[in-house]
Design a protein around this ligand. Structure first.
Ligand SMILES: *Cc1c(COP(=O)(O)O)cnc(C)c1O
Length: 385
């Protein structure tokens, strides 16, 4: 049984045109240049061997918050270890939020990012859930502009590569009492990354977790916070040991319907062309990739719905061929085709286990917009440098 959509999206945030120019915003985070930036050899070693999240640029952006001063000390400085009291609240109670977006180099050398206003709005929605201070949306984007200006040489240009941007905030107050911290640090680090699909656009096998849940009703599922990832690591590890690349979680309340993967939203495509994704019930993280895909599909005239996706029904529909494609989506991989779905007592191959036309088409459309190959008719792309 499918219920119709719960539209819980509250993440608007400024569009690219509503934001000031990057060069103007960047001045909000003054630069103290790294006195010992990576030399030619170290730089080439990273840029000639791009992987995901292992190497970082010369700088980081940061700002500090206290109740008395608000946000202050905005700056870009050398990337390096933090000085943190061992009593810092984040180390004990996990008061942390993060974001993930990418800077893409276009053919003319310019550098752009995708819907930064959305990520800024989501960062603040996460902040509210974790009782942390919100960062003005323009300051969030300003930190991206300032860091990319300082580290422009780290934005790779080989096809499919990008500079992954990781904004986050942590509770730094040294205090073991349990309440929201009175000192918070905002940080932005960046990592040059290669194409996610090193071996081509290959479908993954998904294990559906029945013994573990990522989040529960009233929990932090709609917030992008490290704690949700911590909850997913053991199920992820067990699935990996069984030969599966990723885990799909079911709702904790009934254990009957699909929610999402540990860090990606999930879609099912019908043989009749309709596309479904779980609705935003409060226990699902609202992906920017998810929302963009929904918008592109709706505009193309396709029938799209955000609804409850019952696992037992879905398995039947996959077996009968009624569901012909499945994919997961998120900033890191953009779109990951799902070729197999298994759990205790079932193991089904989606279509023939190869990426379908809707999945491949969306991947091409989104990445073409991000890399400036297709026109950006939605005002999604914001020029950073
Ligand atoms: C970040 C994230 C996603 C994907 O969000 P995007 O904005 O598309 O990158 C999906 N699910 C979870 C749990 C996430 O943390």
């Amino acid at each position: 049984m499918s219920t119709s959509s719960d539209q819980l999206s509250t993440l608007t945030g400024p569009t690219a045109a509503e934001l000031p120019a990057a060069a103007d915003l960047a001045t909000r985070f003054p630069l103290t240049a790294n006195a010992a930036p990576a030399g030619e050899d170290a730089y080439s070693a990273v840029m000639d061997n791009l992987s995901f999240g292992v190497s970082f640029t010369d700088h980081m952006a940061r700002a500090t918050w206290t109740p008395r001063e608000g946000w202050h000390g905005h700056r870009v400085e050398a990337f390096g270890p933090l000085t943190l009291s061992p009593a810092a609240a984040v180390l004990h109670y996990g008061q942390e939020i993060f974001e993930g977006l990418k800077a893409y180099r276009h053919a003319d050398g310019s550098v752009w990012t995708f819907r930064p206003g959305f990520n800024a709005a989501r960062f603040n929605a996460s902040a509210r859930r974790l009782a942390m201070p919100e960062l003005p949306e323009e300051d969030f984007v300003a930190s991206l502009a300032a860091l990319v200006a300082a580290d422009a040489r780290w934005v790779p240009s080989v096809p499919g590569s990008s500079l992954y941007l990781r904004p986050f905030a942590i509770a730094t107050e040294p205090f073991l009492g349990v309440r929201s911290a009175h000192q918070v640090e905002y940080l932005l680090i960046a990592s040059p990354v290669g194409p996610y699909f090193a071996h081509g656009f290959e479908p993954v096998a998904i294990w559906v977790a029945e013994d573990y849940h990522r989040v529960g009703p009233g929990g932090m599922g709609a917030a992008k916070t490290g704690g949700n990832y911590a909850a997913s690591l053991l199920p992820q590890q067990e699935a990996y040991e069984k030969g599966f690349e990723q885990v799909c979680f079911l709702d904790a309340a009934t254990g009957t319907h699909l929610e999402e993967l540990g860090g990606m939203n999930v879609f099912a495509v019908g043989a009749d062309g309709t596309v479904r994704t779980p609705s935003l019930t409060g226990t699902i993280l609202e992906g920017g990739t998810r929302g963009s895909i929904l918008q592109l599909l709706r505009e193309s005239g396709r029938k799209v719905s955000e609804e409850t996706i019952n696992l037992a029904e879905l398995l039947e529909q996959i077996r009968s061929g009624e569901v012909s494609e499945m994919f997961a989506c998120g900033t890191a991989a953009v779109i990951t085709p799902i070729g197999r779905l298994a759990g205790s007592g079932f193991d089904v191959t989606v279509a023939d286990g190869r990426p379908g036309a809707v999945t491949s088409g969306l991947y091409a459309e989104l990445t073409d917009i991000q890399y400036g190959v297709r026109p950006d008719t939605h005002d999604w792309m914001y020029r950073l440098a």
